[in-house]
Design a protein. Structure first.
Length: 420
C-alpha cells in the first residue's frame, strides 16, 4: 500500500459513525432458547406431566421455546404458555413460542418441507428483530429430522445412505440459512435423531463445517455453526462467535423424548461476520437504510471467521451487500475503504489500493455499473498480509441514485508478526 500523510480527515461515513457512537451505547442483553421434543401425547390428560412441564418452563424462563411432537398435547401446551408467550408458528407438531412483550419484533414466519418415509415432518422458521440489542436479527429454524436406518432399519429408500430423508430435509433449507447468516445470527433447534450416523452423513458435522454430505442433495456449506448444547439427539446450534453462547441447562424428565436443552446467546455482542452491527446502514442523505452491508475475515479457505491473524496466514477478506429492496434492478456502484496505520485507501476498478484523503468527492469506485441484485458478494483481499502489523479496518458501501449507503460499523482485523 502506498504511504500517505498521517491522520487524514476521516471520511463522512466514518465521522457520522463516531458522532453516533458518542451518544449511544449498545444494550447488552441475552436471549435464552429452550429446545424440547416434548411428546405432547404424554401431556394429554396427564396433570402430573402438565405440572412438571409448567415447572420446567417457569424455571428455565426462556425467551424462545422450540418444541417438537406437540401433537395431541397442543392444547395443554397452549394452556401452560399462553399467559407469557405468543405462538409464533406451528407446523406438523413443530411449534415456536416467543415471549410476549415489546422486546421482539416478528419479521416473518414460515416452514419448509420435510419427510420421514411418507410422513410429513415440515420444519418451522421464525425471523425476528431484538429491539434490546440495537435491532440485531435472529433467524430461528426448528425441525424434527427423520430417524435413520442406523436406528430403525430400512427407513430411507436409498440403501447407500442411512439418513437420506434427514439430508434432503436440511439441504432444502441450507441456502436460506446461509443467506440469513450474512444478515444476523442463525439458530437451529431440533431433534436431530443423530444416532450412530456414519461419516459423510452427519448433519451436525455438516453444519459445523467439518463434514460433507453424501446423499446428493447438497455437499458442503460455509455456515460454520457451533453445536452449543445437546442431550441425546436434542441440539441447539448457532452461528456467531462461540464465546457468545452459554450452555445454560439440560434436563431429562420422565416424559418427552430425549430431554430438553437450554442455551443463552449474547445477541448484542453477536455479528453476522467479523463486524458487529450488520444492518445498521445509513445513507449520505442522512436517513437510516434497510440495506444490509457486512464483512468477514477467514483463514486458509475455511469458513471460520476470525478477528486476529498472523501476517503469514492466507487470509480472505470478503463483504456482502444486500441493497434496499427498492434498489433491486437498478444500476449502482460498490466501494471499499481500508484504514491502516493512520492512512486511508480505497480499492479501485483495477483492484489497486489507492491512497485517499478522506474527501467523499475524491472516493474512487471499486466496481461501476453494477446491477443491484438481492445479494452482492465483494472480494477485498485473498493472500498473505506480509509486513503489516497492528489494526486493519475495512468499510463497505454502495451507491444508488446519487446516494451512498454504508454500514458505519467496520470490519476490524488485528495482524500479528510471525517472524519469531
Amino acid at each position: 500500500m502506498t504511504p500517505m500523510n498521517r491522520h487524514p480527515q476521516l471520511p463522512i461515513f466514518i465521522t457520522v459513525f463516531v458522532l453516533i457512537l458518542g451518544f449511544q451505547q449498545a444494550s447488552a442483553d441475552s436471549v435464552k432458547i429452550l429446545e424440547w421434543n416434548i411428546s405432547g401425547n404424554e401431556l394429554n390428560g396427564n396433570i402430573t406431566n402438565q405440572n412438571a412441564a409448567a415447572a420446567i418452563f417457569n424455571s428455565e424462563n426462556a425467551d424462545i421455546i422450540a418444541l417438537q411432537e406437540t401433537g395431541s398435547g397442543a392444547d395443554e401446551i397452549a394452556a401452560i404458555l399462553a399467559a407469557d408467550y405468543v405462538l409464533a408458528v406451528a407446523i406438523d407438531g413443530q411449534e415456536i413460542w416467543l415471549r410476549s412483550g415489546e422486546r421482539f419484533q416478528i419479521d416473518s414466519t414460515g416452514s419448509w418441507p420435510g419427510l420421514c418415509n411418507t410422513r410429513s415432518l415440515d420444519g418451522a422458521t421464525l425471523s425476528l428483530t431484538d429491539l434490546n440489542s440495537d435491532d440485531r436479527r435472529l433467524y430461528v429454524y426448528i425441525a424434527h429430522f427423520c430417524i435413520p436406518d442406523t436406528f430403525a432399519g430400512n427407513v430411507d429408500i436409498n440403501p447407500n445412505v442411512s439418513n437420506e430423508d434427514q439430508q434432503e430435509h436440511l439441504c432444502i433449507i441450507i441456502d436460506d440459512m446461509e443467506a440469513n447468516a450474512a444478515l444476523g445470527v442463525v439458530l437451529i433447534a431440533a431433534d436431530f435423531n443423530d444416532i450412530n450416523i456414519p461419516t459423510g452423513e452427519s448433519l451436525i458435522s455438516f453444519l459445523e463445517g467439518t463434514g460433507t454430505l453424501n446423499g446428493g442433495f447438497c455437499t458442503a456449506t460455509a455456515i460454520a455453526m457451533t453445536d452449543v448444547i445437546r442431550t441425546d439427539v436434542t441440539h441447539i446450534m448457532g452461528t456467531s462467535d462461540p464465546e457468545n453462547y452459554t450452555a445454560a441447562a439440560a434436563g431429562n424428565p420422565s416424559f418427552g423424548q430425549h430431554g430438553y436443552v437450554v442455551a443463552t446467546l449474547e445477541l448484542a455482542n453477536s455479528d453476522s461476520g467479523s463486524e458487529p452491527g450488520a444492518g445498521t446502514s445509513r445513507g449520505t442523505d442522512g436517513n437510516a437504510s434497510t440495506a444490509i452491508i457486512s464483512g468477514r475475515v477467514t483463514i486458509d479457505g475455511t469458513s471460520v471467521e476470525v478477528s486476529t491473524v498472523l501476517d503469514t496466514d492466507h487470509v480472505a477478506i470478503t463483504g456482502t451487500v444486500v441493497p434496499e429492496p427498492n434498489h433491486n434492478g437498478q444500476t449502482g456502484a460498490l466501494y471499499i475503504v481500508i484504514a491502516y496505520d493512520g492512512d486511508l485507501f480505497f480499492k479501485d476498478t483495477s483492484d489497486a489500493f489507492i491512497a485517499w484523503n478522506g474527501e467523499l468527492n475524491s472516493l474512487g469506485t471499486y466496481r461501476e455499473g453494477v446491477s443491484l441484485e438481492a445479494s452482492i458478494s465483494i472480494d477485498v483481499f485473498d493472500g498473505q498480509l506480509l509486513g503489516l502489523r497492528g489494526t486493519l479496518e475495512i468499510f463497505f458501501a454502495y451507491s444508488a441514485q446519487d446516494i451512498l449507503y454504508y454500514n458505519p460499523t467496520l470490519v476490524s482485523l488485528e495482524i500479528e508478526d510471525n517472524s519469531g
